[in-house]
Write a protein that binds this ligand. Structure first.
Ligand code: ATP
Length: 262
C-alpha cells in the first residue's frame, strides 16, 4: 500500500521526468516505426509497464519473476537493438557536429545559398533518374551521410568519383559489369557500386516489390541511409527511409526529399 501511495508523491520534477521519458520513447519509436524492431519494442514496453504495476500493487511473485527478467533485459535490449542504438548514436553525434549540420549552415549562409549549393549535387542524380525512368533501366541508389567503409566496402566495387549523370547511367546500364546491386553516394562522391545490401523481411510490402526494392528498404532499416529505386519493370521511382517506402514519386517530390535528406 505504501508503494501505491508513493506513486502519488508527485512534484514538478517528477512531471518533467515523465515528460522527458515519454519524449525519448517517442523518438525511439519514430526511429524504428515500420520495422520489425517496433514489435519487439512494444513487447518490451508492455513487460516494463506490467512490472511497475505489479510492483506498485506489491504482488511479490510476479514482481520477482518480472524483476529477474528486467535485470537481464538491458543486455537483451542491447543485443536486439544494436543496429538501432548505433543509428541513434550516429544521429546524436551528427547533430552535435556543427560542421556537418546543414541547419547551421543555412543559418549562417542563408537558406537559399545552402539550397543552391545542394541542388548542384542533386541535379545530376535527378537527371540520371529521368533518363533511366524513360529507358526502364533498373537502379538502386543509396544516400548515406556518414560512409562506413566496414559496412559498404566488403561487397562493393570502390568508385570514389564525382557525382555525374553519365556515370550513374553508365553504372546501371543493363550490360555493364557494375549494374547489379546498389550505388552508394555520400557527400559529393559516388563512393561505391555493385553493393549487395541486406533485404528487408517486412511482409507488408506490395507484391510487385522484388529484390531491388527489398534491398533498398532493407538498407534504410539497418542504417542511417535513404534509398532511391528506379523500377526496371515500370520505370517508377520509389524512395525509402527508415524502412518505409514512398511509391511512384514525382521528380519535384524527389528533389524535395533529396534536398531534405541528402
Ligand atoms: N541484396 C541486394 N542488394 C542490392 N541489389 C540487389 C540485391 N538483390 C537484388 N538486387 C538487384 O535487384 C535486381 C533484381 O531486381 P528484381 O527484379 O528482383 O527487383 P524488383 O524490386 O522487382 O525491381 P524491378 O521493378 O526493377 O524489377 C538484381 O539484378 C540486382 O541488381
Amino acid at each position: 500500500m505504501q508503494s501505491v501511495l508513493k506513486l502519488f508523491d508527485f512534484n514538478l520534477f517528477s512531471a518533467l521526468d515523465v515528460l522527458l521519458v515519454a519524449f525519448l520513447l517517442y523518438q525511439l519509436y519514430n526511429l524504428i516505426r515500420g520495422t520489425i524492431a517496433a514489435n519487439i519494442f512494444i513487447g518490451l514496453a508492455l513487460i516494463c509497464l506490467l512490472y511497475f504495476v505489479v510492483k506498485a500493487l506489491d504482488m511479490k511473485l510476479l514482481t520477482t519473476i518480472l524483476g529477474n527478467f528486467m535485470n537481464v533485459g538491458i543486455i537483451a535490449v542491447i543485443v536486439v537493438f544494436q543496429q538501432e542504438i548505433r543509428r541513434f548514436l550516429v544521429l546524436v553525434g551528427r547533430n552535435a557536429s556543427l560542421q556537418r549540420n546543414r541547419a547551421w549552415w543555412r543559418y549562417f549562409l542563408g537558406k537559399n545559398e545552402a539550397e543552391k549549393d545542394n541542388y548542384k549535387r542533386i541535379k545530376p542524380i535527378i537527371d540520371a533518374c529521368k533518363s533511366m525512368k524513360q529507358t526502364h533501366t533498373g537502379a538502386l541508389i543509396v544516400f548515406v551521410k556518414d560512409y562506413d567503409e566496414q559496412i559498404y566496402q566488403t561487397s562493393c566495387e570502390v568508385v570514389d568519383a564525382k557525382i555525374s549523370k553519365r556515370l550513374i547511367e553508365a553504372i546501371f546500364q543493363k550490360n555493364g559489369p557494375l549494374h547489379d546491386g546498389a550505388v552508394i553516394i555520400s557527400g559529393n562522391k559516388i563512393k561505391s557500386a555493385s553493393c549487395i545490401l541486406p533485404l528487408t523481411d517486412n511482409s507488408d510490402l506490395p507484391a510487385q516489390f522484388g529484390l531491388r526494392h527489398r534491398a533498398g528498404i532493407g538498407v534504410t532499416e539497418a542504417n542511417d541511409a535513404t534509398a532511391l529505386i528506379v523500377s526496371e519493370e515500370t520505370g517508377e521511382i520509389s524512395y525509402a527511409k527508415h524502412g518505409r517506402v514512398k511509391m511512384n514519386i514525382s521528380f519535384a517530390e524527389l528533389e524535395k526529399l533529396l534536398n531534405k535528406d541528402f
